[in-house]
Design a protein around this ligand. Structure first.
Ligand code: DX5
Ligand code: ZN
Length: 217
């Protein structure tokens, strides 16, 4: 079953509680939380206090996507928040392996995110063997509602082939510009976890569960 990860960045922040409740009946979803520091990316979102409230308001798994310069600085505060998956940007960390070891002690799942311009070959085999998730960004990080970058699709394909060749167990997550018209192709290429913000929360009738299902079909 493909996991769908609605990105709360596109939700109505003035009614966040109601927005999250609208997702409660959905199955196999993660709540995707885009944490931006205004430095690694030119945008600011929310941090630990907001995540703390969200974690008490949902039964779905929390998926924290850190677009920050120093993800190390956030480990202690976020360790207490019942986060299922913690994804950091490979490009933002100098000593990735030691950071992964620290993060693995705290979170059930740890992910690596790659910007559109970063090739998958930057991740060595010994990390591919132990990482839980690889996030292929299909927009430049920082904002919702951008267009999908077609040139990133071959990275999903290559990564899926590498995974099956070596029997790696990481999930392949894709984030940015995902909608019903491209989701099935991404799933065919090997994605098992699709992040979608504006496609889900932009639906006028607010039938989010139906929007989620339409990405799986
Ligand atoms: C962008 C974020 C995404 C964003 C996706 O930097 O990582 O999670 O919310 O939004 P859409 O689905 O609208 O492209
Ligand atoms: Zn994201």
């Amino acid at each position: 079953m493909t996991i769908i990860a609605p990105s709360l960045l596109a939700a109505d922040f003035m009614n966040l509680g109601e927005e999250i409740k609208r997702l409660e009946k959905a199955h196999d979803i993660w709540l995707h939380l885009d944490i931006m520091d205004g430095h690694y990316v030119p945008n600011l979102t929310f941090g630990a206090p907001v995540l703390k409230e969200i974690s008490q308001y949902t039964s779905h798994k929390l998926d924290a996507h850190f677009m920050v310069t120093n993800p190390e600085d956030y480990l202690d505060d976020f360790a207490k928040l019942n986060i299922h998956n913690f994804t950091f940007h490979w490009e933002a960390v100098t000593h990735q392996d030691s950071f992964i070891q620290k993060a693995k002690k705290v979170f059930p799942s740890v992910g690596i995110s790659l910007n559109p311009a970063t090739p998958i070959e930057v991740i060595p085999e010994y990390i591919l063997e132990k990482i839980d998730l690889i996030l292929i960004m299909t927009v430049n990080p920082g904002f919702g509602g951008q267009s999908f970058i077609e040139g990133c699709k071959n990275k999903i394909d290559k990564l899926a082939q590498l995974r099956s060749k070596h029997s790696y167990s990481f999930q392949i997550q894709v984030d940015g510009g995902i909608k019903d018209s491209n989701a099935s192709e991404l799933i065919k290429l090997g994605a098992d976890n699709l992040v979608a913000g504006s496609y889900i929360f932009g639906s006028k009738e607010k039938k989010y569960v139906e929007q989620i299902e339409s990405l799986r079909n």
